[in-house]
Design a protein around this ligand. Structure first.
Ligand code: ADP
Ligand code: MG
Length: 625
């Protein structure tokens, strides 16, 4: 018998496959089942156009048989079969030139093994088998043939016996080695779970003889083992069903079966797209934040199916980071299971789907916000931070997608409001969108800096997340209204108070300069406050960096010494100011004491640590004496 050589490229891929220490060896079964399903499809399409052929659905199935004794695993189908030439042409050649290069490039680049993403088909059988035997009888042919190969050294084709049309693939499963066990591919439970995982939605039944126990006939407590042929796959995927046929419970069940999360999904999105790109998707917005969500361990991504066959567990490219909380799956016929298809095209399809999905999620969230506010707030509590990170990331490139999804606590409404709601309510004379930052709503409410703005009757947004101020810096403005911190130097209020202010400034110029000298470089300036009404003192900032930002930046692992330019503001209408003035007239020690005390109070109000707590308490004691 003549042994034929594989074509050069096939040989190289084959060697790579055999030698790969590939963790997902199990995908060989997915590949062989997909081929079997394709072969049945081919008969089905033939029957559509050939009136002589009747396609009786029950006659078409895939059967998996494990024989532990002989160490064989057989995948049999009732598909179209292969002629001698087919065996030669289809199993002797693989991988058009582009695919090998692609494999090499991509494997290194993103750590993904491409076998996991795109099938490499028939040859993956050699990952688990020493010898692969294919016995096939083609539709319309009287003679069956046997193709056999023990790997890279070539293959043989000889005539064989087979009654029915179809193909049988017999794998001689490898012996266990020290490092690898292959026994699992002969175990019923393992095979079943592989089939469920990758091939649950193959359109034809995948049958297997399954051992079960039953009560012996006539007995009440004696059991006997028996074998029964079962269909393992569920065949019709939920995403191919009509939305009208499905209930909320169906979607919930799928969410739980798939282990997308252990909670109930807050919302599901079922997409059946047949525009520029054809795909089905079921997406979920979870209700709760996964425990590892805000950590590096969390991996975003959607399951990716090609025509009902799982090709990737977590396709990260399908989701932008700011929607990384979305779970679910995408199935597209436009994606090839096989790498031999044009790669670029795949990429483009995937990008198109990703863009589609992004827009749809955005739209659904907007609708949720508009129509089910309470639910949206629940969502926002879990994932709002991620949206704000998104607004901040990439220098604000995604702000148009995100700014209308953001919520902030409002000083006036005492609840979360959107930027749009804020701007719509702004009085005509209000120039800016005001915000105040702090640890909590309670603390911000007490901040002296808010006094003037609040007195004016203006609404203030409370920023309690570290990311808030950074995100807003990227937005810069909303509907042409700029954001303004209540602590910033110029609040853009009070033409009428300006004069009085100037007066105070010249009048107390000397005093403030003395105080500035005492505080040295701790502050940039000491001045009379425009914003304080009842409080004696506060800190404000000049420039881009606010005190809250300084805190956040300081807490970062690679913190550089970033400092806000602080201004100590004194309320010249406060009783304390009188004492200060008195002290300035002669008692330098007292002025120093008061200045330091006021400065430390301002720090405490800001939630900043007092630089020298011992000195601070000593100073307190001094004035109590
Ligand atoms: P692909 O399925 O992407 O074409 P494969 O390497 O998986 O690549 O299979 C190569 C070819 O072998 C198939 O295109 C098909 O023509 C043929 N083939 C494989 N398995 C079967 C089968 N069970 N029945 C009929 N033809 C098959
Ligand atoms: Mg294939």
């Amino acid at each position: 018998m003549e042994k034929k050589q594989f074509q050069a490229e096939s040989k190289r891929l084959l060697e790579m496959m055999i030698n790969s220490i590939y963790t997902q060896r199990e995908i060989f079964l997915r590949e062989l089942i997909s081929n079997a399903s394709d072969a049945i499809d081919k008969i089905y399409y033939k029957a559509l156009s050939d009136s002589q052929l009747v396609f009786n659905k029950d006659d078409y199935f895939i059967k998996i048989t494990a024989d532990k004794g002989n160490r064989t695993l057989t995948i049999a189908d009732t598909g179209i079969g292969m002629t001698q030439e087919d065996l030669e042409n289809n199993l002797g050649v693989i991988a058009k030139s582009g695919s090998l290069a692609f494999k090499k490039e991509n494997e290194v680049k993103d750590g993904h093994n491409i076998i996991g993403q795109f099938g490499v088909g028939f040859y993956s059988a050699f990952m688990v088998a020493d010898v692969v035997t294919v016995i096939s009888k083609a539709l319309g042919s009287d003679q069956a043939y046997k193709w056999e190969s023990a790997g890279a050294d070539g293959y043989t084709i000889v005539p064989a016996e087979k009654d029915t049309v179809g193909t049988e693939i017999i794998l001689k499963i490898k012996e266990n080695t020290e490092d690898d066990s292959y026994d699992e591919y002969l175990e019923e439970y393992r095979l079943r779970s592989i089939i469920k995982k990758y091939s649950d939605f193959i359109r034809y039944p995948i049958k297997m003889d399954v051992k079960s126990q039953r009560l012996k006939e006539g007995s009440e407590n004696e059991f006997e083992e028996y074998q029964e042929e079962q269909t393992i796959n569920s065949m019709v995927p939920i995403w191919r069903k009509n939305k009208n046929e499905l209930t909320a419970e169906d979607y919930e069940r799928f969410y739980n079966e798939k282990r997308y999360g252990f909670d109930k999904p807050l919302k599901h999105i079922h997409i059946s797209a047949d525009g520029a790109v054809v795909y089905n998707a079921i997406l979920y917005i979870p209700e709760h934040t996964p425990f590892d969500y805000y950590t590096k361990e969390y991996e975003k991504g959607l399951e990716l199916y090609s025509n009902g066959v799982l090709i990737m567990d977590k396709c990260a490219d399908l989701l932008p980071d700011y929607f990384s909380f979305v779970k679910g799956m995408v199935d597209s016929e436009d994606l090839s299971l096989n790498i031999s298809r044009e790669l670029l095209q795949n990429d483009r399809q995937l990008k198109l789907i990703a863009k589609n999905i992004k827009n749809r999620i955005k739209k659904e969230l907007q609708t949720l916000l508009k129509e089910e506010r309470e639910k949206y707030e629940k969502f926002y509590k879990s994932f709002g931070k991620q949206l704000k990170f998104g607004a901040y990331s990439d220098f604000g490139a995604h702000k148009d997608d995100l700014q209308d999804l953001l919520l902030f606590y409002s000083s006036k409404e005492k609840k979360l409001v959107t930027l749009d709601e804020y701007v719509e309510r702004m009085p005509e004379d209000q120039k800016y969108i005001y915000y105040a930052s702090g640890e909590s709503v309670e603390r911000i409410e007490k901040l002296p800096q808010t006094e003037l703005v609040a007195d004016k009757g203006y609404e203030i947004l409370f920023f309690t997340d570290e990311i808030d101020e950074f995100a807003i810096k990227m937005l810069r403005s909303y509907k042409e209204k700029e954001f303004k911190s209540v602590s910033s130097g110029d609040l853009g209020i009070e033409a009428d108070e300006k004069e009085k202010q100037q007066e105070n400034e010249t009048e107390n110029k000397e005093l403030f300069e003395q105080m500035k000298t005492i505080l040295a470089d701790k502050v940039k300036e000491v001045k009379a406050s425009k914003r304080l009404k009842t409080h004696p003192v506060c800190l404000s900032t000049e420039g881009e960096i606010t005190i809250e930002m300084e805190k956040v930046l300081k807490a970062m692992p690679d913190s550089r010494d970033v400092k806000a330019d602080k201004v100590l503001e004194i309320n010249v209408n406060h009783d304390v100011f009188k004492s200060l003035k008195e002290a300035a007239d002669g008692d330098q020690e007292k002025l120093k004491l008061y200045t330091n005390l006021l400065y430390n109070q301002a720090l405490l109000i800001e939630g900043l640590p007092v630089e020298d707590p011992v000195q601070f308490t000593n100073d307190m004691c001094k004035i109590m004496k």
